[in-house]
Design a protein around this ligand. Structure first.
Ligand SMILES: Nc1ncnc2c1ncn2[C@@H]1O[C@H](COP(=O)(O)OP(=O)(O)OP(=O)(O)O)[C@@H](O)[C@H]1O
Length: 323
């Protein structure tokens, strides 16, 4: 395949008069993790369903290609190149994990012996060998998700759509899933990941697109997105209003909040900057009750971009007020 694994231009989808996707452009390079990030109801699942041929985009959409195949002209070829797991899980709870896998092997027309080999290998890889003979309904949430991904891999897809793969999982299972996703990418698979979790996108994604109001509000690497919001700051909190007032006059550049009795000073949080700040407070004979250092993270980006009062373009207000 030459070109990107996924390229969508002007993706549109409406239900009645509700516009869910309003001209979304997506480009995902082969062998990378692309994360579509958005709050509940933003349209992430809708995008996955369109790109995986489960539903049709609106006719006004531009060209969409997945795995080098035109989605409209050759949906069969797209289906052969992809795997989808997520909210619409393919796991059948009434049969065992191994039976679910063998069913998948049959669907992919693998010869019996090959099907059994691939099944055993994948069950082993996803730490499901012990549970293989038990009905899938007895599996924990994490085991079920692992089985779901293992089933998807039976067909050796080059592109995998993971729709909120860790929603509802406990922290250990989430980290297991992250490890599985990293291994997939090491094997050259392209992963299209939707998530509501900023740390997940930060941890895994090569590129992140933030979906908001039907369009991509921002796209880039985690580092690029973090640069969109104002830098970090140090926050000083006081319990004594007089100390707060004195500190405010000693630190004239600080933004003060007289109700919360806090001062906020722009700072990258380096040791040198902190020492200078503490020296200035010492010289003025002021002691803060609490000092916290805040560096921008994806949360800040997310809230700044998807907050109700976002101005057009890149937000220019401090992240605290953007929430
Ligand atoms: N078949 C449908 N008919 C009408 N509205 C729909 C349909 N499918 C989705 N929607 C609406 O489209 C919007 C986007 O839904 P979608 O499931 O894509 O969001 P999401 O970002 O995946 O959110 P979540 O994290 O809650 O799954 C929602 O407001 C949803 O109610």
């Amino acid at each position: 395949m030459t070109g990107p694994a996924i390229a969508a231009h002007g993706l549109r989808k409406s239900y009645g008069d509700k516009t869910v996707l309003d001209g979304v452009d997506l480009t995902v390079a082969e062998g990378t993790v692309f994360s579509l990030l958005g709050p509940n109801g933003a349209g992430k699942t809708t995008a996955v369903k369109i790109l995986s041929t489960l539903i049709s985009p609106d006719p006004a959409s531009g060209r969409i290609s997945v795995g080098g195949h035109d989605l409209a002209a050759d949906p069969q070829a797209v289906r052969a190149a992809i795997g989808v797991t997520g909210q619409f899980s393919a796991v059948d709870g009434l049969i065992t994990g191994a039976e679910n896998m063998l069913l998948m092997a049959d669907l992919h027309h693998l010869p019996r012996r090959e099907g059994r080999r691939v099944t055993a290998e994948l069950l082993e890889r996803f730490d499901l060998t012990e549970a293989a003979a038990k009905p899938a309904s007895t599996y924990s949430g994490g085991m079920r998700r692992r089985l779901d991904i293992a089933m998807t891999l039976v067909g050796s897809p080059r592109i995998i759509f993971l729709d909120e793969p860790t929603t509802g999982l406990d922290p250990r299972s989430r980290h297991n899933m992250w490890q599985i996703i990293r291994e997939l990418v090491t094997d050259g698979v392209t992963v299209f990941l939707t998530t509501q979790y900023l740390d997940e996108a930060d941890e895994l994604a090569d590129r992140i697109a933030v979906l908001h109001n039907g369009t991509i509000a921002a796209e880039g690497t985690a580092a690029e997105l973090k640069r969109l919001v104002p830098g970090g700051h140090v926050r000083l909190r006081f319990t004594d209003p007089a100390a707060h007032r004195a500190a405010a006059s000693a630190l004239r550049e600080a933004t003060r909040d007289d109700e919360a009795l806090t001062l906020q000073i722009a700072s990258a949080g380096s040791q040198r900057e902190l020492r200078l700040l503490l020296d200035r407070l010492d010289t003025a004979g002021i002691e803060a009750d609490e000092l916290t250092v805040h560096t921008p993270d994806l949360d800040d980006v997310f809230f700044a971009l998807t907050g109700p009062t976002r101005p057009a373009g890149i937000p220019d207000q401090p992240q605290e007020t953007a929430r």
